[in-house]
Design a protein around this ligand. Structure first.
Ligand code: BV8
Length: 236
């Protein structure tokens, strides 16, 4: 870790938002525990019962609206401001804590809770309010075609062209707070490694793809990531 990196990719998962009080997906109290994934986060579930899926995200929206970024999100802002390199944030999270912390170059590959997409005309708009199958699209006026702009299982990820380019050209790949279970995001470390990057994983535990990482920094990201960032800045 004692070289000057030029292109850094930071992949984040639900674990980076845990210390902001937001539930993760696969821990004991995780989100999926109260709902079967196939009942909520799949495109089939959405078409089967759109208002059940809308209700799940309507319930989630106010909590994510009120959530505050924690020291891990703020450490990324500090790195982007004080370390001269291209630093991109590729997040699986649908919350907006990276934005609230002042991070830039953010790619929400699984979408965002405060965005709605019209499946009729493709228009995407922002809202923190409830959405239902009766609502009309503000662009084409059609009702019943609005969906949270969130990537469900079986749907393609967003920004993948840009992310592929970032992964193959980065020299440092940092993964923070993800269990490494959901693909293709769980395979990003492999792409980065094959492109010659050093790979570092921040987590409370060892994860399913931990063998791909050169370094594991165990502990809460709100503590470990700021320390890592200070170390990088000091040595730059
Ligand atoms: C796709 C939206 C092409 C909803 C989500 C290849 C192999 C196997 C399976 C597949 C494959 N390719 C595709 C698949 C199928 C599927 C998949 O991966 N299934 C898995 C379950 C096996 N993937 C897809 O369908 C993807 N699409 O590939 O498109 C395609 C097209 C057509 C047909 C087929 C394929 C779409 C994936 C996106 C799904 N949408 N979310 C929502 O967010 O509400 S996924 C969901 O999981 C969230 O986005 C979440 O971000 C993501 C990953 O979870 P994590 O963020 O890692 O959260 P988790 O709770 O699991 O872990 C938290 C971690 O943090 C833990 O390790 C914990 O220890 C740690 N932690 C906790 N506290 C802290 C901490 N760490 C540090 N500090 C702390 N304080």
């Amino acid at each position: 870790m004692n070289k000057q990196y030029k292109n850094i990719v930071i992949l984040t998962g639900a674990g980076i938002s845990a210390e902001s009080g937001l539930a993760t997906f696969r821990s004991a109290d995780g989100l999926w525990n109260n709902h079967k994934v196939e009942d909520v986060a799949t495109i089939e579930a959405f078409w089967r019962n759109p208002d059940y899926v809308h209700q799940f995200y309507n319930e989630m929206r106010p909590e994510l609206f009120a959530a505050k970024p924690n020291a891990a999100h703020l450490a990324i802002t500090k790195l982007q401001k004080e370390y001269s390199a291209n630093i991109s944030v590729v997040t699986q999270n649908v919350d907006t804590l990276h934005e609230k912390a002042g991070n830039t170059n953010i790619y929400h590959i699984h979408g965002q809770i405060n965005q709605i997409v019209c499946l009729n005309c493709g228009h995407v708009f922002e809202t923190w309010s409830d959405v239902s199958s009766e609502d009309k699209c503000e662009q084409c006026g059609i009702a019943g075609m609005l969906k949270p702009n969130i990537v469900f299982f079986g749907e393609n990820l967003l920004y993948m062209d840009q992310v592929d380019r970032l992964l193959s050209s980065c020299d440092l790949f940092v993964s923070v707070g993800t269990s490494g279970v959901v693909y293709p995001a769980a395979g990003f470390v492999q792409v980065a490694k094959f492109g010659g990057a050093e790979t570092v994983e921040f987590n409370l535990e060892t994860t399913s793809n931990n063998y791909m990482f050169d370094r594991h920094i165990t502990g809460p990201a709100g503590t470990t990531l700021p320390q890592f960032v200070d170390e990088l800045i000091e040595k730059s």
